[in-house]
Every structure is written in structure tokens, then in C-alpha cells.
Design a protein around this ligand. Sequence first.
Ligand SMILES: *[C@@H]1O[C@H](CO)[C@@H](O)[C@H](O)[C@H]1NC(C)=O
Length: 308
Amino acid sequence: MARILAGTLLLLVSLESIQTLRICSFNVRSFGEAKRENSKAMDIIVKIINRCDIMLLMEIKDSRNIICPTLMKMLNGKSRRGRRDYNYVVSSRLGRNAYKEQYAFLYRESAVSVKKSYHYHDTQKGDEDVFSREPFVVWFYSPQTAITDFVIIPLHTTPETSVREINELFDVYMDVKRRWKPENFVFMGDFNAGCSYVPKKSWKQIRLRMDPKFVWLISDNMDTTVKGSTNCAYDRIVIQGQQINSSIIPNSANIFDFQKAYKITEEEALEISDHFPVEFTLRSGGSPTNLVRSVAPKKRGRKKSQRS
Ligand SMILES: *[C@@H]1O[C@H](CO)[C@@H](O)[C@H](O)[C@H]1NC(C)=O
């Protein structure tokens, strides 16, 4: 009896150490001072981030650089004894004129770390300055998942030029490939890839869509908008790489409807954003077969020592 109990405990401990990785993307509309001072909105934003191991935030409008430090305080204040849980990397303030936005990645330090990052140089001959906010590319190291590293390429397009910007992601892909030679890619963000901004006939101009090695996890019929009156798949996740493709937990690619999850009204939800986050989850490195193998020899070993 005691032995069975010990075995069960061992199994439970092993199961607990299996770590999946949830990766999310969220356009927090016009995320600046006013929203920072809205404590109700901030509490929900922190809850939304806390569900994710990596969270890409977009539309940060923060000339004083206080949004990310405030989020860190709120996120890490929740963890035991103020132990640091989340860390972040943030892009430069991006934009062609006085209007600027930033991309930020908030990530759980116990799960992943940043290997490298850079701002894509949007200076290709004949194709200069396509992006309103050039991707801030980040290479993550993720020792506990089935794939140990992947690159995330974020994008927040300007609606009117979204077809051209999404198409240009192919060039970013080639640039990252040349630079770092990684195997696994994630493209995500508010691509404005739906409704009138990307009509059906425009998809054939988008290489990321026409080339079958890119897998679109959020499909055209999904609705990433908060307003009940709109139905558009603006926010997307696209992956490339055989390993990452086979490491995704089936049906984990989804929209997170925080209005429903936290039982708030549409009006309250719109105070946070007009977008819902999108997300997917990667499998852990410890497959169920490995688990059984790692538990079984210990049992045999114990029996043996009892006999002798
Ligand atoms: C990605 O995985 C899905 C489901 O496992 C599979 O049907 C599809 O062919 C894969 N695509 C690529 C490009 O590897």
C-alpha cells in the first residue's frame, strides 16, 4: 500500500513538472497613460497576461516608458514573496511621424529566456519603408517545451496598407533565416487581416498565405473583435517549421474572449480593448512515453533492493 502511494506521489510530481507554453498576442488599444490610470482595466489586463507564458502587447503609446514597469510591478507583486516571475523586452518607439507605438514581449522567466532580438531594417531596395511599425524580432529559448527555441515576428499593420505589410513578412522571414538560421517561426499580431482591409481577392498577393509551408492557426472565419456588431479576423498567428507545427497542442489556437471569461459588459470590455487576444500552446518536452520510462526503472530498482 505504501509503495503504491509513493509511486502515485512520484507520478504526480513528474506530471507537475511537465510544462506547456502558452503564447499570446494582444492589441491593447491605445495603451498609454489614461489606461494605466484605469485600475479596473489594468486589473483585467494583468489577469489576461497572467494566463500566458509569453504575451506580445501592441499599440503601446508610452513616451515616458512606464507601461511595462507598471505591468511588471503588478504581475510580480502577485507572485510569492515578490519573487520575479515576469520579465520583458520592448521595442523602440516605432512610426514614421510623431505618432509612435511599441511592441513588448512579457514572458515568464521560469519558462523562457531571450536569446537575441533586433528591429527589422525596412530598407530593401525598391521596397523601402513598407512597415508602419517594423517588426521587433525576438528569438526565444524554451528548454522545457518540445522545441527548445523559436523566433517570434510581431506585426501591427496600418489597416489601409495591411495587404502589402503582411506580404512583406516573407522578406522578414528570409532576413531572420539568413541571420540566425532558426528552425521555428511564429508570426503574430494585429495584421488587420480581415473584413474590408484584406478582401478575399487580395490573399493571392500575400506570399505568407500562398506558400503552404506557412500554417495559419487563426482562420478567416474567426472573430477577434470585441464589438458584437463586427466580425473580423484581424489578429492572426502564423507558424513555419515542421517541428513547431507538430508541437502545437491540438485545438489550442484560439481567441480569448475576456468579456465572457470575466463576465463583464461589452462597454467594460471596450475600455480594455476593441480586440480579443489570440493564443496557442506548445507541448512540453517530456512526452507521456518518456514519463512512463522514467518512472518504471525506479520501481524495479526498489524491488531489487528489497530482495537483497
Ligand atoms: C501541420 O500540422 C498539421 C496537423 O498536424 C498537418 O495537417 C499539416 O500538414 C502540417 N503542415 C505543415 C506545413 O507541416
